[in-house]
Ligand binder design. Sequence first.
Ligand SMILES: Cc1ncc(COP(=O)(O)O)c(C=O)c1O
Length: 490
Amino acid sequence: MIPNRTDPLPTDVLTRAASYARAWRGGTHPISPSASAAALRNRFCLPLTDKGIPGAEVIDALIAAAEPGLVGNTDPNFYAWVMGGSNLVGVAADWLTSAWGQNAAIYQASPAAAIAEEAVEAWLLELLDLPRESSVGFVGGATMAAFVGLAAARGEVLRRFGHDVEAEGLQGAPKVHIFLSDDAHVTNYAALRQLGFGEANFHKLSSDSAGLMRPADLANAMARSGGPKIVLAQAGHINSGGFEPLAEIAALARSHGAWMHVDGAFGLWARASAVRKGLTVGAELADSWSVDGHKWIQLPYESGFAIVRHRDAHRRAMQKTAGYLNCDEEDGRNPSSLTPGLSRRAQGFAAWAVLRSLGRRGVATLVDRHCAAAAHLADRVRRNDGLTVVNRVDLNQVVIGCRDRRNEHWKISALADRLNAERRLFVRPAQWKGRSVLRLSVISQNAGFENVEALADRIEEIWPTIEMRRPDTPACEDLLAQPAMGAVNS
Ligand SMILES: Cc1ncc(COP(=O)(O)O)c(C=O)c1O
């Protein structure tokens, strides 16, 4: 006889978590953490118990430990990095995903998870208007999406030169030339290194003031290099939000038999907006794309999409077969045939739920609202004597610098500190192209006109008090309060 479950289920933990989450998402909180690392360690780094602790008590303790160390990504006044705020429909679907305990490794491990991914794959290709024959791997973010796209690229360009990397590895392979901006997102370089490439493979093309490569430089560099080639282009630069001339780059890539990958972690979503799609012309000509779900469309974190036009190359790069996995695809896809790992949370459910709930118009509205708000913010910032907007604001990014370059570092740091002081706004200074800048990303799901108006008002109040200080004599508190300049990678 098959035994029934006899132990009582501790479902009170779910009720507790749900009622807390409801109150937390409905309330207002400080936007930046109040606890120091030491204070957080005191709460988290406890001795492991022998006996364990009742679940409800643990959930209460987790809430108490984590809350003072949380950052307000879900707050519409969060501008610090290009991050999303976890749409609640996605959160609810994510809870179900966990409660169902599904493993999206293979079709048979969760037919529902596999078919949900099929549905999302078709919707994504339609929304982003990318070749419908492409396949989509569900990964943890744009870094891993780049890894997957570039793994497929590596296999394919080497195959064209008679080398089977899946069989022979990189030993003895012809040298692969990889062309990209010297200011491409750092995670692309990381993914390339993880794939066995290094400085000797990179042609780092010197970028323009928006961080973008120039097609003429690409043409020259490609003409000088023989052998397998990969071009990595940017759709939405991490700082400027700029787009490389993708159609021109695609034409060059094609004429050299190169594989073109587009990093569109957030910028590719511009294709969902009729107003902004023009920025991305030519993206559809690429061979692979990386895009995040946890940025503009606000999926819960660990959601990225690796989109590859050439299904066979995609599968070859990610292949894993074993008798016990029974991996034929008669009924539906095996999700892990498109991803680096095997076992995985069934991310397709949350993506399915959020895209169903937003619809085409909902996605376009998010993009358009954020871009319009960013343009308005830039206009307001330009009205302040002594402040400049460093980038062309076509998308959601507003990069602010000082006219007084000699004192830019301390002035921008002081402005950031003052804006953050009441913990109702969250901004971060950054270093970019030898400048100290305030880099504002308008992307949090509820951010809109009213939020950027309030931010611009605060800048107008604060800036004159900083600007009026005698140059070259930073106030002590500015020096002391200078935070480490933010790493510009998100
Ligand atoms: C342009 C760009 N590429 C890649 C990434 C890496 O994405 P993820 O953090 O999801 O891995 C980011 C993250 O901000 C990005 O903005």
